[in-house]
Design a binder for this molecule. Sequence first.
Ligand SMILES: Nc1ncnc2c1ncn2[C@@H]1O[C@H](COP(=O)(O)OP(=O)(O)O)[C@@H](O)[C@H]1O
Ligand code: SF4
Ligand SMILES: [Mg+2]
Length: 391
Amino acid sequence: MTEHRNRLSLRCLHTALMGAGPESLWGIIESPLLTRGSTRPQVSDPIPLVSSTAPSLLTRPQVSDPIPSVSSTAGALLRVEHLSVGFGEHFAIRDLTVEIGRGEILGFVGESGSGKTILSLTTLRLAPPTARISGRIFWRGEDTSGWSEARFRPLRGRAIGLVFQGAQAALHPLQRIGDQIARVLMLHGKHPRRDAAEEARRLLRLVQIDDPERRFFQYPRELSGGLCQRAMIALAIAARPALLIADEPTSALDVTIQRGILALLSELRSSMGMSILLISHDLGVVAEICDRVAVMYRGKLVEEAPARQLFTNPKHPYTRLLLESAPHLPGPAKTPEPVRETVVDPIPSTGCIFAARCVHRMSACAQEPPFQDRDRHRVACWLSEADVDKE
Ligand SMILES: Nc1ncnc2c1ncn2[C@@H]1O[C@H](COP(=O)(O)OP(=O)(O)O)[C@@H](O)[C@H]1O
Ligand code: SF4
Ligand SMILES: [Mg+2]
């Protein structure tokens, strides 16, 4: 324990932020986020650790360089439009446009550092304050960029639930599981105190935690990784959000437990009609339950398609590379996707983001490839344009 957050960020994976007083745990966040250029820590409101009396440390991201509103966004629950998020010279997300429909499960895939977590944080206005943000976020067709913090706040946790990466660390270590869920229910005004405990038990049953009566009184350290993940999901869905963002919900779990969590998410979609943004570095995970898949490479969306189409007919060389490393996935037999061996793989200032690793690189690739869109299958690659021309 220390008052110096810099020391924590060097030694700890996660940091609990305390204020003064008994109700003062403000939140638990990844330690590097405390100091990576930020002057003020960001606190996770959707994780129901935030005391209702704690001062808000949330800052609204600066939405600069507004772009004109584009076509209809009415059908989508959430739409991110031309979103770019930069840190200094570096872009974590570049010009991302993607949307998720009602009741849909969208898989968001990419290797580590491709901007997946930053997308989930930015969507909820929880990005680090040093982030330079441009673009727009629409909720149920409404542009939220002009919304005040007071108007935006109910989206966090209530309309959009967030399952953070690393469930065990995100749960409050000193509170019983049942109490944590009951507190969220009261915090969101969904249940009076006397009903909250009963509803918490119902949620524990809903997320298929065995022996919920006993688990209700247990602390996170007494639960396995899989049970913690289920408890975390119970917390995130307590307010019956329309959208659940699950950031790597299965990454620390072994395969059978992973399967159970994915089946649970799929069931929740069916029973509650919830949309789910499933973030993962593993195409195998999103293949299990997603309707549509978006593939990111170093902050750039390179391909997006209905899941079946993406697995049977991947078009982008990077998607093919990902698929090749998951041979058990559906689709035709995978032929090895050649890749350029590069010692240094710099992000090009112009042209295709994947060019340094791509064996198909040609002169056109010095220009950034536009999205080709066919039957809801979008791909940003000049090869794909050549295919279209041939047809
Ligand atoms: N606070 C920050 N300051 C500077 N760069 C950051 C910060 N947070 C994230 N990044 C950078 O943004 C990029 C995307 O990070 P992240 O979204 O966490 O990746 P992913 O979740 O896909 O593994 C990475 O290059 C990371 O280093
Ligand atoms: S645009 Fe060119 S460099 Fe980029 S993935 Fe396609 S062929 Fe490869
Ligand atoms: Mg991440």
